[in-house]
Design a protein around this ligand. Structure first.
Ligand SMILES: [Ca+2]
Length: 164
């Protein structure tokens, strides 16, 4: 059974959904149908009314979340205004494409990864298969991430969030 509350004038409207779905193994579609719980937010419409693919955002932001403020460090005891969030920066060299000794240029293919913890974020609708937990571009635009510029690259590459 699902109960929704809505009403700003002090009244409450209740939407009761009585169904025969298995609460632990099935998702209850808004139209009353039941689908396997694994079908919820898997990118395919399984309910006749497509409700299994609604509200599939993965990130929940605190009301006080500010996009341009970095997260606080994890250890609150050491936190003070001058403390900065820890960001792990790593570069994987995938291939050496060329070396020009005359021009002192080395051409490489690389992947930069930034890793940090943001305790202001909560997650939902996560799947056991981690590749299914990629956030959308719309969600990525709502969260803080470290901006870096690699000045010694040909095009002064900047950090960007990779999303699908
Ligand atoms: Ca689905």
């Amino acid at each position: 059974m699902q109960v929704n509350y809505d009403g700003s004038d002090g009244t409450r409207e209740l939407a009761l959904n009585i169904n025969s779905c298995d609460d632990f193994n099935e998702y209850n579609c808004r139209d009353g149908g039941c689908v396997d719980i694994a079908s919820r937010c898997d990118g395919r419409n399984d309910c006749r009314d497509d409700s299994d693919e609604e509200d599939c955002d993965k990130i929940v932001l605190e009301p006080s979340y500010r996009l341009h403020f970095p997260p606080n460090p994890e250890d609150e005891e050491d936190f003070c205004r001058d403390t900065k969030a820890e960001i792990v920066f790593s570069v994987d060299v995938i291939d050496i494409l060329g070396v020009d000794e005359v021009e002192s240029i080395i051409s490489i293919q690389y992947r930069v990864a930034l890793e940090w913890t943001d305790g202001r974020l909560s997650f939902r609708n996560l799947r056991a298969a981690s590749h299914m937990n990629t956030i959308s571009g719309e969600e990525a635009a709502k969260i803080w991430y470290p901006r870096i510029v690699l000045h010694n690259t040909e095009k002064m590459e900047e950090s960007k969030v990779l999303v699908t």
